[in-house]
Write a protein that binds this ligand. Structure first.
Ligand SMILES: Cc1ncc(COP(=O)(O)O)c(C=O)c1O
Length: 366
């Protein structure tokens, strides 16, 4: 028998284990709710992206069931062949309206929306100017485009300006930021970046995956929150987080969206959503418009949670959003606290000037 050619991967895994970075998948045994059961243990779930509880909202469930009854469980094709159903078009119109743009296109995920968009609008002759903490899907899109990638330090407008100044005026360039940064929960400086994009003639793109449903009127995102409608050429959002289902979308002017219909590879070469997903997302938009108090509740919870952590002395970083990092020092420590709660037996002692978190393998003082 030949030796296993994949054996080197086991070595990689051993190395992750030695560094305390090995990930065991937690198994969710009931619905994605605030109080739920993972691995036979009842927990308060503070880790999902289900910001508004829409994954289990009765109106969304009913819409999904109705769509399954009426249209079946799959679309049967990619969008450009036979997989564009009326409900997909309805969702795109509703998203354009929600984002106050001319048009929108839905992708299978937020990841493919970012990667498919950046890789289709840029070529190897172009330059992308990207915040160092932008999401992996933006980074992959940049790589796929083969454009030159210039990264500026997190939210550093002066550094972004210096990059732009060094480029010829005729150079096509894309300035790109997350609206809400997914790990630290802080906001991209949209007004300053829009001003830079205007000064230097760049395309401006915002990934509002964590802002849609959370910031702005009825959850329209950071573009609405900062009042920069019309100044962001490419708005990306996800249907997988606050919206509670699955998918991503891009909103912008009609020619741009039609270009994506023709050139974005995940749109062209991967089957469209089941009709139930589109119906669910339409119902979610209805809920955002008709029940905006659920967004107020999210913010009440956010303020309560952050104030509690801060009163206990935890370092919650620069967060300005419901994403609340608890900074404990290094990756292995964070992994211990996050992945092995029963083992770690997390105990928090509130002392006047410090917090001590005791885990089986780590004592952390900050
Ligand atoms: C900032 C950001 N953009 C895009 C995505 C991808 O969205 P989706 O989960 O819908 O693929 C994520 C999700 O992890 C994200 O955090």
């Amino acid at each position: 028998m030949r030796p296993d050619p994949l054996a080197y991967l086991a070595t990689e895994l051993d190395s992750l284990k030695a560094q305390g970075l090995y990930r065991r998948l937690r198994i969710l045994e009931s619905e994605q709710r605030a109080e739920t059961t993972f691995d036979h243990t009842s927990v308060v779930n503070l880790s999902s992206n289900n910001y508004l509880g829409l994954t289990t909202h009765p109106r969304l469930r009913a819409a999904a069931v109705r769509a399954i009854e009426e249209f079946g469980v799959g679309s049967g094709s990619v969008r450009t062949i036979a997989g564009t159903m009326a409900i997909h078009m309805e969702l795109e119109e509703r998203l354009a309206d929600f984002k106050k743009t001319e048009a929108a296109v839905v992708f299978q995920s937020g990841f493919t929306a970012n990667a498919g968009t950046v890789s289709s609008v840029l070529t190897k002759d172009d330059v992308v100017i990207s915040d160092e903490l932008n999401h992996a899907s933006i980074i992959d899109g940049c790589r796929l485009s083969r454009a030159t990638i210039k990264v500026f330090p997190h939210k550093d407008i002066d550094a972004a300006r210096a990059i732009l100044r060094s480029l010829p005026a005729s150079q096509r360039k894309l300035l790109i930021t997350d609206g809400v940064f997914s790990m630290d929960g802080d906001l991209g400086p949209l007004p300053a970046l829009c001003a830079l994009a205007e000064e230097f003639g760049c395309l401006m793109m915002v990934d509002d995956a964590h802002a849609s449903g959370v910031f702005g009127a009825n959850g329209r995102g950071t573009v609405d929150h900062f009042g920069v409608h019309g100044r962001v050429d490419i708005q990306v959002g996800t249907l997988s987080k606050a919206i509670g289902a699955l998918g991503g979308y891009v909103a912008g002017n009609r020619p741009f969206i039609e270009f994506l219909y023709h050139r974005a590879r995940p749109f062209l070469f991967s089957t469209s959503h089941p009709p139930s997903v589109a119906a669910t997302c339409i119902a979610a938009l209805d809920v955002l418009i008709e029940e905006p108090e659920i967004i107020d509740r999210l913010w009440d919870n956010t303020r309560f949670f952050k104030a509690g952590l801060q009163a206990l002395g935890f370092n919650t970083g620069m967060s300005e959003s419901p994403i609340t990092p608890v900074i404990v020092g290094d990756g292995a420590r964070a992994m211990t606290l996050a992945l092995e709660p029963s083992d770690a037996e997390l105990r928090i002692e509130h002392l006047p000037t410090e917090v001590i978190v005791r885990a089986s393998t780590a004592k952390i003082e900050n």
